[in-house]
Design a protein around this ligand. Sequence first.
Ligand code: CTP
Ligand code: CA
Length: 225
Amino acid sequence: DAASGHRQDLAGLHVLISAGGTREPLDPVRFLGNRSSGKQGVALAEAAARRGASVTLVAAHLEVSEPVGVQLVSVSTALEMERSIRSLAATADVVIMAAAVADYRPSTVQPGKIKKDDVGDTLTLELVKNPDILAGLTAVRRPGQVIIGFAAETESDQAALLALGRTKLARKGCDFLVVNRVGWSQGFATDGNAITVLDRSGAIVTEASGTKMSVANSILDVLGS
Ligand code: CTP
Ligand code: CA
């Protein structure tokens, strides 16, 4: 819209975005989770909708209010997210995986609450790897479909951060990778963000910092490049 300074440059595109953090249940009252708030993914969804795209947001445990003007699909676990993303990606022109997907889930979910009396002084959890949703998408990419991944890294040295990003980009096979430094007080649940976008060749196409909304618009700008 005019207020955001953007034309309707994404009109006619179906943009699928994941946001938030998955939760992997241990028993009916407990889960393993992560600190993703969903803010950056929600900002991407809002920004894409304002720029004219038809937006579907697959959201896991958002800590911010739901965006307006987008189709919202709520999920909880990584497996649920995988199922939704896989079916919705079949009609998407652009897929952006901004969600923090749990890498592992408890190998068994206890049907009743885990009791200390049954466990003792130490509790060992067995976890199994979750499917890599992003890598699965790039393996079945439609012609012309653009797939964007995120890389959350705690590396503080910028060159080392980008090196990690380039390795991840090659492993995932995505078109663009948004490299995002995260830490105890950085990246998650904050209002601001700082990112570097790499293209398939590993070259830097965008560096942006500011509000998550302005960063979202910078990320969406790569669709026109
Ligand atoms: N991702 C995914 N499915 C998973 C794990 C991650 O689709 N099971 C996606 C994330 O949404 C993100 C990208 O892959 O877009 C990179 O996530 P990240 O956690 O940075 O990388 P991993 O491949 O999981 O590697 P690691 O956590 O060991 O650094
Ligand atoms: Ca991970």
